[in-house]
Design a binder for this molecule. Sequence first.
Ligand code: AMP
Length: 278
Amino acid sequence: MEVFDTINETQKHLKSSQNKTIGFVPTMGALHHGHIALIKKSFAENDLTVCSIFVNPTQFNNPEDLKKYPRTLDEDCKMLEEAGCDVVFAPTAEEMYPNLPQIKLNFGYLEEIMEGKFRPGHFNGVGIVVAKLFHIVKPNKTYFGQKDIQQVAVINRLIKDFSFDLEMIVCDTIRENDGLAMSSRNRRLSDEARAMAPKIYESLKLGEKLLLAGESIESVKSKISDFYRTYSEFELEYYEITDFESLESISKISPERKTAIIIAAHLGGVRLIDNYIF
Ligand code: AMP
């Protein structure tokens, strides 16, 4: 496995592997089995797998969150090598942004809901860095996690709007045994918070159960608010019940269309997101 921190070296190496298909997994590092599942899928479907590790400052709207984001490059590289990754691109912020981008991306409706609403500027940062990474790596396929469901919608638009010649593969959310979605941020949870964290998944499953039992969207949302009031360690940011494709709020579930329940909550100073599709 080759590890590069410059765009030049990465591109030189990839150019020398002409005619090979490239699978690309962008990450912010502090890798876990959720990331590794993406790498393994890419390994199975491509000649070469490239993983980027870059904690992208322009997608953090909260400076504390950026400062505290875990950075574990050596461990990450060990995990990547074992999983069959061929190339790691781990640039510095100066390498990626010799000048701060002047361009601004706006993803329309996606900016106004959930992550877009609560993290202003986040998707502008995500869109620009992913577009840069696609230009640097030139992959045939790229792999993203369903865990970040709104990010998947944003990247879909990015690929279409900029005519990137690549295919996005979306992979299921990998969970701990107790249901907690794996996340780099989980390492920041205290033991007490970690013990409470599976309540997030529990609240998604509860929502599904209530909806399938015929309860209205409003009633489910109100019961979920009650649920989080009883667990005061959590600060619920949003709990949305949407159409799986458009991510628009729905007024009732339908057997013809998949529903997504999407949540963001703060627990012990850590912001966690998750979703469940049925
Ligand atoms: P991140 O390092 O958080 O930017 O995530 C890099 C990629 O891994 C994104 O496409 C995420 O959606 C994906 N990912 C993160 N956590 C999980 C998980 N638990 N299961 C599957 N994919 C994940």
